[in-house]
Design a protein around this ligand. Structure first.
Ligand code: NAD
Length: 511
């Protein structure tokens, strides 16, 4: 353990913690930092040692309504602003994210338990999201020319209006920027409801956006619980669309809640993603990727490869290799740069993850590694990285999203069985295929019912590429122009270019 780096990080956090302790996190509504209308707050704790980080304003119906009204009032000027000016403002936000990357990373680790080795990159990725969509802002309105006989059709895009953005607690900073940056670039104003278990970096992001010069009301952040604050946002008639990242069941609730006001929705939901390893794969690289995609980010990752489908002929050898690596994973304080797995976000999430160890025992699988909670200095929401082998696809541990550092292994005989097993879940977010056979990789990619396939790769991202899931994993795609399709309305304009025949109703026929 590099104690000195841990100590340095802890020292740097002291001032930040002091600030969170001194001042409750407030909402940003119409350019003002405000407490909740009824002055109520909730307590935010750290998963590392269960200490209190601070208090957070608990958003009321009135707070949400005021934020939506502010976003509504700010909309027409923001939408009318030139794309070039919006680009400038979004680059200014990216500049301040970069300038504050270290603080963001430290606070994110403190608040979520995510290892600092991953969080330092999350802040930089957040800045990239702003830069990428900033550069697209000037052309966001552009449409198509669709000439027809005696008519010219052309399309333009217009921002849909004020939108609600509701985000989860896993990598909350990066995910918030991933949703908010394209909305702003498109010309939408935003009301953001961050997750109640990780409010700190959402507050930092709101501050950075305000300081970078966004006009008041363009970004509003209201903290609070999903069932009250989030629900009020989804029901508000001034909000035209909801961009949501979170659990599939919450997605269903949001559709119900938004039905009355006919909300457009964009959902990035849960996953139970397969990583399929064939016996002709480069097993060294596959091993690295399998380990990385389930045990990085504490396994609290929508695209985690939580099911390993392994070809029978190499199953024993490959599982043995994985087992050795799992035993070497370093669980510890997330601010220690050596740490690979930190504490899970919250006591109730820890309970959920641990409950699956009991389910695994009942279902009769082998717990080949891990399977227990760990206390580090008697505290924190730590769990052992866990490997469950000899599983069957019908088991709960093979079907349900555990969202922790838990890998379920299932054998398959051939390509056909691999596809059947891979698709035999309600989710369809991502799939990973490891093979050296090009034809097979193409066939597998086509046959997997998922929104994204990585072949001989592990979740490499390109911001122009579509990101999203099928089945219970989502509705819609993010990334590049796909994001603008959600945040904008496409309007068709048809102009006659000559004198075509117009039907003459109500005119007496000439005799
Ligand atoms: P969650 O659904 O419990 O909460 C997400 C957000 O929704 C929070 O801000 C919460 O307060 C809010 N919310 C809860 N109930 C609501 C309601 N009735 N109305 C409005 N808002 C409500 O999800 P979580 O536990 O915070 O996050 C983990 C989940 O997110 C996992 O399932 C994970 O797979 C998913 N996720 C998906 C992606 C993706 O891109 N597909 C990315 C990250 C996380």
């Amino acid at each position: 353990m590099s104690l000195s780096s841990l100590e340095k990080n802890l020292n740097q956090l002291q001032d930040l913690r002091e600030r969170f302790r001194r001042e409750p996190i407030k909402h940003l509504i119409d350019g003002e930092w405000v407490s909740s209308s009824n002055k109520e707050t909730f307590i935010n704790g750290s998963p590392i040692d269960e200490s209190i980080i601070g208090e957070v304003a608990l958003g009321t119906q009135q707070d949400v309504d005021e934020a939506c009204q502010a976003a509504h009032n700010a909309f027409s000027d923001w939408a009318a602003m030139s794309g070039a000016k919006r680009r400038e403002l979004l680059h200014a936000i990216a500049d301040s994210i970069e300038a504050n990357a270290e603080e963001i990373a430290l606070v994110e680790s403190l608040d979520t338990g995510q290892p600092i080795r991953f969080m330092s990159k999350a802040a930089i990725r957040g800045a990239e999201n702003y830069r990428y969509f900033a550069d697209m802002a000037p052309s966001a309105r552009d449409g198509l020319a669709l000439p027809a006989q005696k008519h010219m059709n052309y399309t333009v895009r217009q921002p849909i209006g004020p939108v609600g953005v509701i985000t989860p607690w896993n990598t909350p900073f990066m995910l918030s920027t991933w949703k908010i940056a394209p909305a702003l670039a498109a010309g939408c104003t935003v009301v953001h409801k961050p997750a109640e278990w990780s409010p700190c970096t959402a507050a930092l992001l709101a501050k950075l956006m305000e300081e970078a010069g966004l006009p008041k009301g363009v970004i509003n952040t209201v903290h609070g619980l999903g069932e009250t604050t989030g629900k009020a946002l989804t029901e508000n008639a001034l909000i035209r669309a909801i961009a949501f990242v979170g659990e599939s069941a919450t997605g269903s609730n949001i559709i119900r809640q938004g039905a009355e006001t006919l909300k457009r929705v964009h959902f990035e939901l849960g996953g139970k993603n397969p990583v399929i390893v064939f016996d002709d794969a480069d097993l060294d690289r596959a091993e690295d990727a399998v380990i990385f995609m389930i045990y990085s980010l504490n396994g609290e990752r929508c695209t985690s490869s939580s099911r390993l489908l392994i070809q029978e002929s190499i199953a024993d050898e490959f599982i043995e290799r994985i087992k050795k690596r799992v035993g070497l994973l370093r669980v510890g304080h997330p601010l220690d740069p050596d740490t690979e797995i930190g504490p899970l976000i919250h006591a109730s999430h820890l309970e959920k993850v641990i409950s699956y160890f009991e389910v695994a025992r009942r279902e009769g699988v082998t717990i080949a590694a891990g399977g227990k909670k760990i206390d580090i200095q008697g505290k924190g929401h730590f769990v052992e990285p866990t490997l469950l082998t000899e599983a069957d696809s019908s088991m709960r541990i093979a079907q349900e999203e555990i969202f922790g550092p838990v890998l379920t292994v299932i054998d398959f005989k051939d390509e056909e069985e691999a596809v059947t097993l891979a698709n035999n879940v309600k989710y369809g977010l991502a799939g990973y295929v490891w093979t050296s056979n090009t034809g097979r990789s193409v066939r597998m990619a086509e046959n997997l019912d998922v929104g994204m396939v990585w072949v001989n790769s592990e979740n490499n991202r390109h911001l122009s590429a579509p990101f999203g899931g099928m089945k219970a994993s989502g509705i819609g795609r993010d990334g590049g122009d796909y994001s603008f399709d959600f945040y904008m309305e496409t309007k068709n304009i048809c102009i006659a270019t000559g004198e075509h025949t117009i039907p003459k109703l109500g005119k007496a026929r000439k005799s």
